[in-house]
Design a protein around this ligand. Structure first.
Ligand code: KIV
Ligand code: ZN
Length: 553
């Protein structure tokens, strides 16, 4: 009899972070890892340590902190997993990073589809079998919890796949993950693939069978559910479904499907679903990847009812048009919480209810921002408070800070911006520039001071709540200069790729929010390049030094 528990393996920080433009700093990764742990995720795939020294250092930090019990912690300690190609060097890097966790896992993979073996690996099937045997055994000699993935399993030949999986089990794998790497399969096929594996692979009952789907045909969640129905007991997912190309299976969709249709599936996960909306916003803010408004579960319109007939039905009985209640996923967007006259105590209490444990100085700073906002905005909602915090706390080290901004624009003259910035050493810079519009003028004025070569790939403005007095949230994506420290290796194709960085800013004035977002992206590039933050510079960073000595290509 199979157990009824589906393990949630979250790979937002690894496969999700491979999305174009999703580069996160190690502090941001730590914040997301903490939020995933609070939500009771079973396994956090924290990164691909062989990709770069920064990736290794970030996974290590997560393993040390999130992978061990903390005082007063109310959730279980998750397994911390690191990805490795089937090579000793990668496996060593993964182990180097995850070994600090109370429960560590190495996840190694090798492609098994004819097209990948022939053109990418240039390996014969026999050599693939041998490599799987050697590398899974090697990983198992270091760590007791080993996951193996036959990459592109969705397009692999079933009989060969069974052979590979048997070899991996014999070599010591404890979880076998079946990826539909290119999102090619349809639910019936993928379910049959999992059922076939359960029927034909010797030893399969002694390991956990896992599914990992990509969304190229928009079928990732459906395929994952089909795999679970066929007997998989681990689902690999990402928050907001971010990931390579069209993305991975969405965490919130799988969890809420299993939860809402419990009578059909008779399965459970350990996830605290009331945290789904908040973590979705956190991931979107930090990666700079917006969530589409009609995204299931966490999109801004997921619980909005526009049509009159729907609104009428809702007023008569909520379940006429709502299969889940918004509070089940923590959707509290419009709840009014505070106003102009609310004091420090009420503010602190609301922060605590939202799950933010702020130290005295952060609390004081957030309270001041709240008071400024309350002068301009009548009703402050939970979404506003979250935005204030995300703008204050979820920001990189401020190598440059915006102190003042003035723009002139319109049809009567050239758009002009003057900015006043202060750098980390206290030096003040005042600069003015022209542009094609106010945002261009502001970005040009900032660029001339900060002097980091970058390309603006994306610029988005969203309003946080409704109404003319709403705060604007701006997110940008920047491609960094060509510096080698800003490149990293992709696990799948060995290539060094240029990193892109997201930045975000919040203000009732969207030009100010734009300037903050742009500076936030530039500050991330500066921190990642190790040029401005002593704690992150190559000279002073021991994990980075160790990495170069041991693993650098
Ligand atoms: O999609 C994929 O095949 C992967 C593997 C590394 C599991 O992400
Ligand atoms: Zn993947």
């Amino acid at each position: 009899m199979q157990d009824q528990y589906v393990r949630i393996f979250d790979t937002t920080l690894r496969d999700g972070e491979q999305s174009p433009g999703a580069s996160l700093t190690s502090n941001e990764k730590l914040m997301i890892a903490r939020a995933l742990a609070r939500m009771n995720v079973d396994v956090i795939e924290a990164g691909f340590p062989a990709a770069s020294p920064d990736d290794l250092a970030a996974v290590k930090k997560i393993a040390m902190e999130v992978g061990n019990p903390q005082p007063g912690q109310g959730h279980k300690v998750p397994i911390i997993c690191g990805l490795a190609r089937a090579s000793q060097k990668d496996i060593d890097a993964a182990w180097e990073a995850v070994q600090h966790a109370q429960k560590a896992r190495i996840h190694t993979f090798l492609a098994t589809s004819p097209i990948h073996m022939k053109y990418k690996l240039k390996m014969e099937p026999q050599a693939v079998l041998q490599r799987v045997e050697e590398m899974v055994s090697y990983a198992r000699s270091l760590c007791t919890d080993i996951e193996f993935s036959p990459e592109d399993a969705g397009r692999s030949e079933a009989k060969f796949l069974y052979q590979v999986l048997e070899v991996a089990i014999k070599a010591g794998a404890t979880t076998l993950n079946i990826p539909d790497t290119v999102g090619y399969t349809i639910p019936e096929e993928f379910g049959a693939l999992i059922a076939g594996i359960r029927k034909n692979v010797t030893g399969i009952d002694g390991v956990i069978l896992s599914v990992h789907c990509h969304d190229d045909l928009g079928l990732a969640t459906a395929n994952t559910i089909a795999g679970i129905q066929a007997g998989a007991r681990q689902a690999e997912v990402t928050i907001n479904g971010i990931g390579e190309r069209a993305g991975n299976t969405s965490h919130e969709e799988v969890v809420m499907a299993l939860n809402t249709r419990r009578q059909v599936f008779d399965l459970e996960t350990g996830i605290d679903t009331t945290q789904l909306t908040r973590i979705s916003r956190l991931v979107s803010t930090l990666t700079g990847i917006p969530v589409q408004p009609n995204k299931a579960i966490v999109g801004a319109n997921a619980f909005a009812h526009e049509a009159g007939i729907h609104q009428d039905g809702m007023l008569k009985h909520q379940e006429t048009y709502e299969i889940m209640r918004p509070d089940m996923v923590g959707e509290v967007q419009s709840r009014l919480v505070l106003g102009k006259h609310s004091g420090r105590h009420a503010f602190k209490k609301n922060m605590e209810t939202l799950g933010f444990e702020l130290n005295e100085s952060d609390l004081e700073q957030a309270f001041e921002r709240f008071k400024n906002l309350a002068d301009n905005k009548k009703n402050i909602t939970e979404a506003d408070l979250e935005a204030i915090i995300s703008d204050q706390i979820y920001q990189p080290l401020e190598v440059f800070r915006l102190e003042g901004l003035q723009v002139s624009c319109g049809t009567m003259g050239m758009p002009t911006a003057t900015v006043r910035l202060r750098d980390i050493n206290g030096k003040e810079y005042i600069n003015a520039a022209l542009g094609t519009g106010p945002v261009d003028a502001v970005f040009t004025a900032i660029n001339q001071v900060v002097k980091v070569t970058n390309t603006l790939l994306e610029y988005n403005v969203n309003s946080i709540t409704e109404g003319i007095d709403a705060m604007g949230h701006v997110s940008v994506r920047l491609q960094a200069e060509n510096g080698s420290t800003l490149k990293r290796q992709s696990p799948q194709n060995n290539q060094l790729s240029q990193r892109t960085f997201g930045g975000h800013g919040v203000d009732t004035d969207i030009i100010v929010a734009s300037a903050k977002a742009f500076l936030s992206g530039l500050n991330k590039i500066l921190v990642a390049s190790g040029k401005h933050d002593p704690a992150q510079s190559k000279e002073n960073n021991q994990p980075v030094k160790d990495y170069y000595e041991k693993f650098a290509v």
